[in-house]
Design a protein around this ligand. Structure first.
Ligand code: RBF
Length: 155
């Protein structure tokens, strides 16, 4: 079931050509996170964001998104941060620890800096579920993350 953010374009009262975005990409499951990045970047561009106003940063894994997000959100020039990652369940409880930590950390980065810090982290039981959400049959969650950032800037 698609969420309310899936549609390609939303109206913005805010002039997005003057807004600066940071997109933070986790390198784990790079095939998936690169697809999320493509979705997020294209969506921002489609909404009138300038290429030069999108800064990309990589972190090793989703666990590091929290600190990366805080660092970027603390930058005065940045108006919104989009965090992209993919955590796939394995045979050990790592999945739960990483998911819990990153969701909490991203929330904290937003609350601490009072800026939109968007949770674009796919947490799936297997690789196929991730593919489906990274430009596959269930859309691209990177694109939805970009739309969430735009909506929050219009709050
Ligand atoms: N990072 C991810 O972004 N996605 C994963 O699915 C993922 N699985 C991991 C599984 C294990 C057993 C470990 C030790 C790390 C995993 N990481 C994953 C990396 C994690 O986010 C982080 O980069 C490292 O734990 C270093 O702090």
């Amino acid at each position: 079931m698609a969420g309310p953010l899936t549609s390609g374009k939303v109206k913005s009262k805010v002039n997005l050509s003057k807004k600066n975005f940071a997109i933070i990409v986790a390198e784990w499951n790079a095939e998936i996170t690169e697809a999320l990045y493509e979705g997020a970047w294209s969506s921002l561009i489609e909404h009138g964001v300038k290429k030069e106003n999108i800064i990309r940063k990589n972190v090793p894994g989703s666990f590091e998104l929290s600190l990366g997000a805080l660092w970027m959100a603390e930058d005065k020039k940045i108006d919104a941060v989009i965090c992209l990652g993919c955590v796939i369940q394995g045979d050990t409880p790592h999945f739960d620890f990483i998911c819990q930590s990153v969701s909490y950390g991203i929330t904290q980065a937003g609350l601490k800096t009072r800026k939109p810090v968007i949770f674009g982290v796919i947490t799936t039981l297997n690789h196929q579920q991730a593919l489906d959400r990274a430009g596959g049959k269930l859309g691209n969650k990177g694109e939805e993350a970009a739309i969430s950032a735009i909506k929050m800037l219009n709050f």
